[in-house]
Design a protein around this ligand. Structure first.
Ligand code: MF3
Ligand code: CO
Ligand code: CO
Length: 286
């Protein structure tokens, strides 16, 4: 089992590539080394309905995966469940083949901040695990993630998870047409600071819709340099990663798995939202 003698994660074995039925349309980047750049962040109502449908499928996928979370299950089995659910909805798992990512969801345990690759790691009681799913359907991506507890976890860790969920809620509340995008990070960072939690800075929210990641960057900390004004119809994710210790990070040799450098526990929650003159709507609800 891929853990070291201190119980920290180590790279595991990755299973063969799962297949997607030929009838399910693929994003343009599949089979290419990197995506085409789509610099478009506002959408009309018909397009928003399509992002909402993709987002709903992503959220339902996370529910299906969450129902299987228990000690002893491998992250590869969770990936299999997510993959089968997505294709049952005629959706493509957006991460599969994205810049070479090999699986249909990201599974990030304990000190893994994000982009963990499903493998033969078994969950154990006391773990926390983030499941991040993006679905592609009718030409649009919907991107969401949640952190789950595996059985009983230490109180401090449960609080980290609850506070990260609340940090996302505060970021969503801060978003409004006419405000600058950095108000979102300011709300998240000031909430996290109350509890002495770290905020990961270099991984951010992003524009999403026609592209999995547009050029739009949504920081989770107060970054006055990100001074873009939020417009009516803008669609983007907010996905704060909070840490119990330092928010400094490093990446495994696999090129994907991002962990805290001090191996402190970290949690994340993500929604795709649309901001309108009338307020914010979450597009990744089940
Ligand atoms: N879903 C992640 C995000 O929230 C991106 C995962 S990209 C992958 O932006 F290649 F790691 F899957
Ligand atoms: Co995202
Ligand atoms: Co995501």
């Amino acid at each position: 089992m891929p853990r070291d003698s201190n119980g920290f994660l180590t790279p595991g074995r990755i299973t063969a590539t799962r297949q997607v039925p030929g009838g399910i349309p693929r994003p343009e980047y599949v089979g290419r080394s990197s995506p085409r750049v789509v610099e478009r962040d506002t959408y009309n109502e018909e397009e928003i309905s399509r992002i909402r449908e993709a987002g709903r499928i992503a959220a339902l996928t996370i529910e299906a995966v969450g129902n299987a979370i228990r000690p002893g299950v491998t992250t590869d089995e969770l990936d299999r469940i997510g993959h089968e659910f997505l294709i049952s909805q005629d959706a493509y798992p957006s991460t599969l083949g994205y810049r070479g990512f090999p699986k249909s969801l990201c599974s990030s345990i304990n000190e893994v901040i994000c982009h963990g690759i499903p493998d033969n790691t078994e969950l154990v009681e006391g773990d926390i695990i983030n499941i991040d799913v993006t679905a592609f359907k009718n030409g649009m991506h919907g991107d969401t993630n949640r952190t789950f507890l595996v059985g009983d976890v230490p109180q401090e860790v449960e609080e980290l998870v609850n506070r990260t969920r609340e940090a996302l809620a505060r970021g969503i509340k801060a978003a409004a047409v006419g405000r600058k995008v950095n108000v979102i990070g300011r709300a998240i960072e000031s909430y996290a600071a109350r509890f002495g939690l770290g905020v990961v800075r270099e991984y951010t929210g992003h524009g999403v819709g026609e592209a999995f990641h547009s050029g739009l960057v949504i920081p989770h900390y107060d970054s006055p340099a990100h001074s873009q004004t939020i417009e009516h119809g803008m669609v983007f994710t907010i996905e704060p990663m909070l840490t119990l210790g330092s928010p400094k990070w490093e990446v495994w040799e696999d090129g994907w798995t991002v962990t805290t450098t001090d191996k402190s526990m970290t949690a994340q929650f993500e929604h795709t939202i649309v901001v309108r003159d009338s307020g914010v709507e979450i597009l990744t609800l089940p």
